[in-house]
Design a binder for this molecule. Structure first.
Ligand SMILES: Cc1cc2nc3c(=O)[nH]c(=O)nc-3n(C[C@H](O)[C@H](O)[C@H](O)COP(=O)(O)OP(=O)(O)OC[C@H]3O[C@@H](n4cnc5c(N)ncnc54)[C@H](O)[C@@H]3O)c2cc1C
Length: 322
């Protein structure tokens, strides 16, 4: 079977989510082709090859420096036609959520969003996904060729080695109808939520900028990304780009530290794929503890400064103070 992976990049580097899609292709023994579009991204062909890509359709041009739907959709459609792939995989990210349905409509193919398990069979693919904010699991049976978007953390990143052939695609100038001239403000200079190995997330209980700063300081000492509950974002304590959950980002880091977050199903829908979940909450009966691997029943205003100091000490090579 042949799979086409639609790559995403940030600052010229392929995102972890794309490498997970290559991990998916290798998990079901498929030949992986990749569309790599952006500006200054050609150097990433080698990274893709190392993770199993055998062919890369490359569109490297300044006009593609920022994601805009039409040219990327045209390139994805062209790469699909050229590759002869039976399955097209997108990350279930902001870009994937925008692009995958557009490409599906363009190619008149079935589309299954947010797959967590994929099983290709003769002439069809079975895709498992959650529905109703994680309350039910459903398996969608889609005829091939099909388009799937895949949740973060559903597949492991695997280095398989190897080389990839490159085919250059021309920039679809007719589709460059909208051009982003300037991004006034990056949402964060920290590691991207989707790529982070550790996420420290704050809830409504941070109560204001001082509490939010405790979360940020702890995240910085760990080299972590900052996440938040919707209640915390709606209260203005964190930017909306930090929101994790059903109507926010889906993350699957190695460690997710939920601080003062109750564990509502709409929040946990976005982070249950995390390998280790740590919860800090004053209420020992908070639902978050039922999915946590480690729990600290404590006031965040007391425990976070202590943890931040201890990790600073550890990083400086000193032993933990007792
Ligand atoms: C359609 C829909 C979509 C939604 N989408 C999302 C989504 O994507 N993401 C999301 O997060 N939510 C979402 N929600 C909201 C969700 O239902 C919850 O309301 C929200 O997650 C609660 O946020 P919270 O845990 O920060 O706040 P709360 O529920 O108020 O919980 C605060 C927690 O902090 C603890 N606490 C209080 N003080 C301290 C302290 N000093 N130290 C430590 N712990 C303390 C409390 O014991 C409590 O457990 C959605 C809701 C709807 C209806």
């Amino acid at each position: 079977m042949k799979v086409l992976v639609i790559a995403e990049t940030k600052q010229g580097k392929v995102k972890k989510a794309t490498l997970e899609l290559l991990g998916a292709a290798s998990a079901f023994g498929a030949e992986a082709h990749v569309l790599l579009a952006g500006a200054g991204v050609a150097g990433e062909v080698e990274t893709l090859a190392r993770h199993g890509a055998t062919k890369v359709y490359l569109a490297d041009d300044d006009a593609l420096a920022m994601y805009v739907t039409s040219p990327f959709a045209a390139l994805a459609a062209e790469a699909f036609q050229k590759s002869g792939a039976e399955l097209v995989l997108f990350a279930d990210s902001e870009v994937g959520k925008d692009l995958a349905p557009r490409v599906a409509a363009k190619l008149n193919l079935p589309f299954v969003p947010g797959a967590t398990e994929i099983r290709p069979e003769a002439g069809k693919v079975l895709a498992k996904r959650t529905s109703i904010a994680g309350k039910i699991m459903e398996t969608i049976d889609a005829p091939l060729p099909a388009i799937l978007s895949v949740k973060a953390g559903a597949f492991e990143v695997k280095e398989t080695g190897g080389a990839a052939e490159t085919e250059t695609l021309a920039v679809p100038t007719a589709d460059l109808r909208a051009i982003i001239r300037e991004v006034l403000k990056e949402t964060s200079e920290r590691v991207d939520l989707g790529d982070a190995r550790i996420v420290v997330a704050g809830g409504r209980s941070v109560r204001g900028p001082e509490g939010a700063k405790l979360i940020e300081d702890f995240a910085d000492v760990l080299g972590a990304a900052v996440g938040a509950s919707r209640a915390a974002c709606d209260s203005g304590y964190f930017p909306h780009a930090c929101q994790v959950g059903q109507t926010g980002r889906t993350v699957a880091p190695d460690v997710y530290i939920a601080v003062g977050i109750s564990g509502a199903i709409q929040h946990t829908a976005g982070m249950t794929g995390s390998k280790i979940i740590v919860a800090i909450n004053t209420d020992p009966d908070a639902p978050i503890f039922s999915i946590a691997d480690f729990g600290i029943v404590a006031d965040l205003f007391t425990v976070l400064p202590l943890l931040t100091e201890e990790f600073k000490r550890l990083k400086a090579g000193n032993t933990v103070a007792v």
